[in-house]
Ligand binder design. Structure first.
Ligand code: ZN
Ligand code: ZN
Ligand code: FE
Length: 335
């Protein structure tokens, strides 16, 4: 018997997704279910969106009968999908052909649009885990989509901070950060007119980077064709930068932060965040006692010093991309 429910965390004011019966999901050494010709994939595709066979949420959830007076629970209504970015079994986004990446962005946009037609879906989280260090169970390049019946806490906080900023200044927080950093900014890494890649002054992970669209939009589904193309360029360059940092393919989490499926969301500004877990080639940054136990991050270097390292890595990454036949559309910042 498997169950899908969400349980209220009364101390933090958010939900925990509870899904029993996922322990049997495949772990690495089975034949790849995402390669062309596998039962679910077939042939003749370049980017593919599939229902996750081991979903944490379900369109027909079965809630357990467990009760606790201090914690309400609700059926775990939602959708979990996998987006396979390429038929190629190995590699990262920097190796995915540019046209596939454009299509990948458009698939995420289309999924957002379709899932948000269901008013029970309150949030679409599109993210990508890369590398065994992050616990990736299947090597074939892929992203995931969680369509949630609630707004995640981190997004709630960003919503309220962006709203507070707008209420006090009449401006947008991320528009202002972009304007201050922008092309030629102290922490900017790459700029292609429609997007800026930067290491924010308030980074929590050592090599955390943010990707901000120049236009004030809320959702992936609002991207124009040109913006989808420029975002594909950004993803290619950002990932090439990371993979050129230490000379090995760098594990990271990539998360899109878009607005929730609610009416009053115009103050939110869409963006993407990258969190690599290394702090040196042979050392990891752990979210340990102070970070995870208190959500108080420590950053053991001036972020500005890491900007220089990343700018150099980005130049090397751009050179590698050119060698492989791709010309970046934008301007790398000088180290
Ligand atoms: Zn594969
Ligand atoms: Zn904005
Ligand atoms: Fe964010």
């Amino acid at each position: 018997m498997s169950y899908n429910e969400i349980r209220w965390h009364p101390l933090l004011g958010t939900w925990v997704i509870v899904a029993s019966g996922r322990a049997t999901r495949p772990w690495r050494d089975v034949s790849c279910p995402f390669c062309p010709g596998a039962p679910e994939t077939g042939y003749g595709w370049d980017v593919l969106s599939l229902e996750n066979r081991y979903p944490s949420l379900s369109r027909s959830p079965r809630a357990s009968s467990a009760r606790a007076g201090y914690s309400k629970s609700e059926p775990g209504y939602g959708v979990c999908k996998v987006v396979i970015e390429t038929p190629e079994h190995e590699g990262d986004l920097d190796a995915v052909p540019y046209q596939n990446l454009v299509k990948y962005v458009q698939v995420l946009a289309k999924e957002t649009e379709e899932l948000y037609r269901d008013e029970r879906i309150k949030y679409v989280a599109a993210f990508r885990n890369k590398g065994e260090l992050i616990g990736v169970s299947l090597h074939h390049p892929h992203s995931q989509i969680y369509a949630l019946p609630f707004i995640p806490l981190k997004i709630m906080i960003e919503m309220s901070e962006m709203k507070r900023y707008r209420d006090t200044t009449s401006r947008c927080l991320i528009c202002d950060i972009s304007a201050e950093e922008g092309a030629g900014g102290a922490r900017t890494l790459y700029d292609n007119d429609d997007f800026t890649l930067l290491l924010p002054a308030f980074a929590q992970w050592p090599y955390e980077c943010h990707l901000y669209p120049a236009r004030h939009i809320q959702l992936l589904s609002q991207l124009t064709q040109r913006e989808a193309e420029r975002l594909a360029d950004m993803l290619k360059v950002a990932v090439a930068m990371y993979n050129s940092l230490y000379g090995f393919s760098l594990p990271y989490m990539m998360v899109t932060h878009q607005a929730p499926n609610i009416q009053d969301n115009e103050h939110y500004h869409l963006h993407i965040e990258f969190y690599p877990v290394h702090r040196a080639p042979d050392k990891l940054k752990f979210a340990a006692g102070i970070e995870w136990g208190y959500w108080a991050f420590t950053y053991d270097e001036l972020p500005e010093n890491r900007v220089r390292e990343l700018r150099e890595a980005l130049q090397r990454g751009a050179t590698t991309l050119r060698k492989n036949g791709y010309s970046p559309m934008g301007r790398p910042a000088a180290p």
